[in-house]
Design a protein around this ligand. Structure first.
Ligand code: UD1
Length: 418
């Protein structure tokens, strides 16, 4: 088992280039199934979740080839419409393949994604939407048997703006006859990136970024080379790292328009953040202040994926900050671990209150999930002494190389073990 060893207490100084976005590349890899030609993805991050998606594509008969950070996918050889239970469990967001396989093959069989580290992960909205488009879906013993000989474009209204359901429906709609309108669609920037990829392949699609997306189905997609957008949550992690440790960092490719709620909170806490053509420069020279309540919400609200890392950054702030987690039911599992480091946090249901502590101390802690794990690293930068973070496989699902990136910013961090 590998660990991160982090010696806290060093102010950060340096620059890095933000990796491609995990939550953008995963649906785009599913979307490549709609394209019988080659797709080359530039700026594709090497992540465990990307490896899991590539394994799914290969298990379906598709080819994939890395060259540096470019990933070439060729789905001409697709010869299966079934995803094994093992691969489905490897990555919880694998449900995203359903819409694409249905659109391409007219049938799909995959296991139901169970709960995950953040609580239950239902896909009822995905299934209801696909049924509205004409899919027949039967669940038997945890396996979803789906048939869709003729998907037909129509209006699908989501009862809430689920990111995954929106993406699944966009992909299925590409294979439907006529026009599909998705109402109350999620508005995350990664959905716009998916739209941009599909449009670059020739799909008439518009509206992503707003809550109404329109897709004209039935077009043949053509080959395409596409650059993945920068990862706004990785960027938020480095901003929070500077807030935690102090110092200054330049984050190349970080886009403030995707991070407005995060930068607003960090500025309120006393950080200086300046945006220019190349990215963002973040500086923290004084003690951080507590901020107004932070409530997670669908985009453009404060991202649930940045809740844990911001909480870690505020552990030594002056005063108390209230967090309200409104997206996932079990997203405070990092709190016990932060408490081991001296964090003073109380949780009641969906609310957590962070009371600024004078000191944090290094400890042996365990990553409980991807962003919770990153939060421990952010806190460790401001702790006295050595922090050992275990179960880092969670972190490697979403960060290409946290050790490389934190080292570029001057942090004392090492990876040990197998
Ligand atoms: C995506 C992101 C994840 C992020 C989340 C919210 C990817 C690969 N993952 O996850 O990093 O934290 O958006 O921004 O892009 N829900 C239902 N029924 C459904 C679908 C969702 O009840 O059919 C609920 C979920 O349990 C959750 C909420 O809706 O409570 C939001 O989920 P959703 O927006 O779908 O998130 P994901 O697409 O799973």
């Amino acid at each position: 088992m590998s660990q991160f060893q982090i010696e806290g207490g060093t102010q950060l100084s340096g620059e890095l280039s933000v990796q491609g976005a995990k939550n953008s590349v995963l649906p785009i890899l599913a979307a490549t199934l709609l394209n019988r030609d080659e797709t080359v993805l530039l700026g594709c991050p090497h992540l465990r979740d990307v490896d899991a998606s590539v394994e799914i594509l290969q298990s379906l008969g598709c080819g994939a080839q890395w060259e540096g950070n470019s990933l070439a996918v060729n789905t001409a050889g697709l010869n299966k419409s079934t995803i094994s239970d093992r691969l489905m469990r490897e990555m919880r967001s694998s449900a995203i393949f359903l819409g694409a396989i249905l659109a391409r093959c007219g049938e799909a069989e995959l296991s139901y994604p169970g709960g995950c580290e953040l609580g239950p992960r239902p896909i009822d909205l995905h299934l209801a939407g696909l049924r509205t488009l004409g899919a027949e879906i039967r669940e038997e013993g945890g396996i979803l048997h789906c048939k869709a000989r003729h998907l037909k474009g129509c209006t699908v209204v989501l009862s809430m703006p689920s990111v995954g359901a929106t993406e699944n429906l966009m992909l299925a709609a590409c294979g439907a006859e006529g026009t599909t309108s998705i109402v109350n669609a999620a508005r995350e920037p990664e959905i716009l990136d998916l739209q941009n990829y599909l449009a670059a392949c020739g799909v008439p699609i518009k509206g992503a970024g707003s809550s109404a997306i329109t897709v004209v189905g039935g077009k043949r997609l053509h080959k395409c080379t596409y650059s993945i957008m920068p990862d706004r949550i990785a960027a938020a992690t480095y901003l929070c790292a500077v807030a935690s440790a102090g110092g200054e960092a330049r984050l190349l490719r970080a886009q403030e328009e995707h991070l407005a709620t995060v930068t607003a909170v960090l500025r309120e806490s006393g950080c200086s953040i300046v945006s220019d053509d190349e990215g963002l420069v973040c500086r923290r020279t004084e003690k951080l202040r507590a901020v107004h309540p932070v409530r997670t919400a669908p985009y453009p609200g404060f991202p649930t994926d940045a809740q844990a890392i911001l909480m870690a950054a505020l552990l030594k702030s002056d005063g108390a900050t209230v967090f309200e987690e409104n997206i996932f039911s079990d997203r405070y599992r990092h709190v016990d671990e932060l408490t081991r480091m001296g964090g003073n946090i109380r949780v009641a249901g969906r609310v957590a209150v962070v009371m600024g502590a004078d000191r944090l101390r290094g400890a042996k802690v365990r990553a409980t999930d991807l962003r919770g794990g990153a939060a421990l690293c952010v806190a460790a930068l401001a702790a006295e002494g050595l922090t050992q973070v275990e179960e880092i496989h969670h972190i490697e699902r979403g960060y290409e190389d946290l050790v490389r990136d934190f080292t570029l910013l001057g942090a004392q961090i090492f990876r040990t073990g197998e």
